[in-house]
Design a binder for this molecule. Sequence first.
Ligand code: CP
Length: 332
Amino acid sequence: MKLGDSAENFENEATLQLDSNGELRHLLTLKGLDKATLTQLLDEAEQYLTSPGSVPARSRSLEGRTVGNLFFEPSTRTRASFDLAGKRLGADVLNLDVNTSSRKKGESILDTIYTLEAMQVDFMVVRDAGAGVPAYIARHVSDHVSVLNAGEADISHPTQGLLDLLTIRLHKVDFGELIVAIVGDIQHSRVAMSALHGLQTLGVAEVRLISPPALAPDPEKVPGARIMDSLDDGLRDADVVMALRIQRERIGNLDGIPGIDEYFANFGLSHKRMKIAKADAIVMHPGPMNRGIEIEGALADGPSSVITEQVTNGVAVRMAVLDRVAKTMGTR
Ligand code: CP
């Protein structure tokens, strides 16, 4: 079955993730989450940040609970940070090795979930290439189980969106003043979608989505954003610049996509190009990076880059999300 084609899967994820009191019980999307909820999650995440080199923040709020990491697509940052987030909250963490799991013998995703439920896994952290998979699972789990979307096709990556918002908030005071430029493969980027949803809810002045025409988004999927095909125009007066990699794993036909040299010449972020943006603009990238294609290595490692901070903030955000849904479920 192709989950994304099922009418059942188009049920509004924004509603499905809330309980009857409007509290977050799953995290499926940032779309539709209100400003107060986003701000509260960012505030809670900020409390889990400690100064570089110091001992990471810990609590016992999830003691006795179990976090299951189910990554049906590769990951370094998201998987490792959910692992650390769970452990730093005192939970047991199960990292299912999908390549050696019974999924390879044809077991369905729901039977996999029910099997883990029977082992009293409370939080299912799911990454999958199929659209609608986190919501599909959320509709089928028991009342005590919470589903967290760790990257859904090209649809959304809500915890990445939250860590991007937190990183921006730590560097820029007023979202209402900000021009955010996102450059790269917008069409296939779940990161861009979640960033857009979160930034718009927090009232950002302008989001620019910059790409070659072959990688531009469907305008109907990005209402309110400015779609552009010139990086120089897109960088003008930008406060925040986020580079994205080309998601080759989601592109069937590479026709119309520039080769590496041409791509870097026209859409690659570099020190030279960043002079067009505001002098204090920050440079972001969700990772993994392809240095020399979408971003110059020296820029990624330079003083305007907040890329490693994004990674650090990812652990804090995932701790805050686990804490929040656990509170809703009454499991902490
Ligand atoms: N940004 C992000 O999702 O990275 P990983 O694929 O390494 O988890």
